[in-house]
Design a protein around this ligand. Structure first.
Ligand code: AMP
Length: 117
């Protein structure tokens, strides 16, 4: 059996994390090295290494991750006028991916620059 990914170990409670939300399909927790005052990772329980390797069967879970990002943002008051948030998926080396288990970053709490570095 292949080794578990870092995020599978968090899902299985083998590594601690500050968990924000959980359901059958995903887990959301605070990023250990936050890049903004709010920095949450939303991770599918099914291991999809990266967006480039998602397939037709993953459409529902991909939509779920995005919708949960929207709900978490609303629950944290980030959808209010004058605020805002950003969702990011890093893919591959040039995309800045460091953990090969698909995850959505939810970033907020300060004005975020564009374009990213
Ligand atoms: P990426 O670079 O898009 O693959 O994002 C991986 C993210 O996982 C980075 O923002 C890391 O700070 C974060 N990270 C790594 N280890 C942990 C951990 N043990 N708990 C929470 N977040 C982590």
């Amino acid at each position: 059996m292949e080794d578990k990914t870092l995020f599978e170990k968090i899902v299985d409670r083998e590594i601690p994390a500050e968990i924000i939300y959980e359901d059958d399909l995903c887990l959301a927790f605070n990023d250990i090295a936050p890049q903004s005052p709010t920095h949450i990772l939303i991770v599918p329980k099914k291991v999809i290494p990266r967006l480039a390797e998602a397939n037709e069967d993953d459409k529902a879970v991909l939509g779920h991750l995005l919708f949960k990002a929207r709900e978490i943002a609303e629950n944290k008051g980030l959808s209010e006028e004058g605020k805002g948030f950003r969702v990011v998926i890093n893919n591959g080396e040039h995309g800045g991916e460091t953990v090969p288990h698909l995850h959505v970053h939810l970033l907020a709490g300060r004005p975020l620059l564009w374009p990213p570095g």
